[in-house]
Design a protein around this ligand. Sequence first.
Ligand SMILES: [Fe+2]
Length: 176
Amino acid sequence: MQSINIGLSDEQRQGVIDMLNQDLADQYLLVVKTKKYHWDIVGPQFRSLHELWQEHYEAITLNIDATAERVRMLGGYPVGTAEGFLKLATIKEHTGDLPNATEMVKRLADNHEQIIRNLREHVDASGDKYGDEGTADFLTGLMEQHEEMAWMLRSFIEGQALSSSGQRSGEVTAAV
Ligand SMILES: [Fe+2]
């Protein structure tokens, strides 16, 4: 790690660098999975999901770069190998299968939610444990983007349970 003087100790910086590298690895695996499903999707929802996943992987790709560059700003080095990403990531790959559209959406929603839970912990640790408000702010913005992407994916799954009149089966309407 480089020696820099920005008001954080080496231990503080190393603590946030480790968290950022884990978040980088998870985003990398998620961008790979999102692209794979963008390519593989078939069925009546082809166009909407194909386009939604392109929007998502483009946003995640920008965030990957920002996460890696934040590691450099803190004097560290980002993970940059497939081996390293697989070692650090908390989300899992599914090799050798071809799920249907709903299962693809469900897996991606679960992965976004996993990343949101990780980021929530990392936001707290960045500020409270390591005193790095800049990283806490950066990770908060990242978490909010994953919250929006997860909501879009969950909404798609919920839509599968709607009747032709638009009613949710067995559910009292919450909208008044
Ligand atoms: Fe494409």
